[in-house]
Design a protein around this ligand. Sequence first.
Ligand SMILES: N[C@@H](CCC[C@H](N)C(=O)O)C(=O)O
Length: 291
Amino acid sequence: MATVSAGAKLPFSKMHGLGNDFVVLDARKHPLVLCEHQFRAIADRRRGIGCDQVIVLESARHPDADLFMRIRNPDGSEASACGNATRCIAARVMGETGRAHAVIETVAGLLMAEREPGGEEISVDMGEARLDSSDIPLAEACNTLHLPIALGPLQDGVAVSMGNPHAVFFVPDVMTIDLPSLGPQLEHHSLFPARANIEVVQVIDRRRLRMRVWERGAGITQACGSGACAVLVAAVRRNLTDRTADVVLDGGRLIIDWLDNGHVRMTGAWAQSFSGEIDLARLSDREGDHV
Ligand SMILES: N[C@@H](CCC[C@H](N)C(=O)O)C(=O)O
């Protein structure tokens, strides 16, 4: 595989799940290797195409998978889970194959997706929620149901791994939380050696949660699918909701089930917005980079 030269034009499509938006690059036929700063330039909303994550589709490694999905945050870092992108990419695979199911391979493993009756929504088995401090990971062994950190109104959090690290904080009113200030401080807290996605949650009732998110490597987004899974798991562990609940994000609602086998199922909408070509030379000129 060769790195992509500055003069190359890369076809892309734009997709989103509840406003959590993605630039999707298809590298299944023609493998490509982009540098970290090229991912940053593509994701940059002022100078590039702009998105919450860049998704690269690669050939499957596993014989049962339809494709391998690589996830890059706007800061260039790689993530191992992205619930909203999984629904989008599963829908794309279903469109290509004509099937009502898809198997998406990620760094964290194989994810099974199904089209829901009616066709509007996709459900994904996001795998097992992991709850040990070494799984999150945390810098020291501690009770993940009561994290020993506090920042202003965000206290007594719950840590959950959905393949990526989440810290969930219950609050009386999510709209009063200064997420642009508190989010990055907690993302980079020394308790989280791999950083963390930060969720604030308000319990509406036992079947409905309202959440907002500060995503690791991305900042505030309209929605985070793996975050919604982590939030439901945290709420069940605290006995605040049933094992199935609606999670309402800024961009819309997901239905989350924590199944008896420990896996978490996420159901929600997806959308394709537009396609185009990325002119890497133009992007790198604007960023002052030499690609
Ligand atoms: N938007 C995603 C999560 C993307 C990755 C995350 N920022 C991380 O670094 O773990 C989702 O829908 O789950």
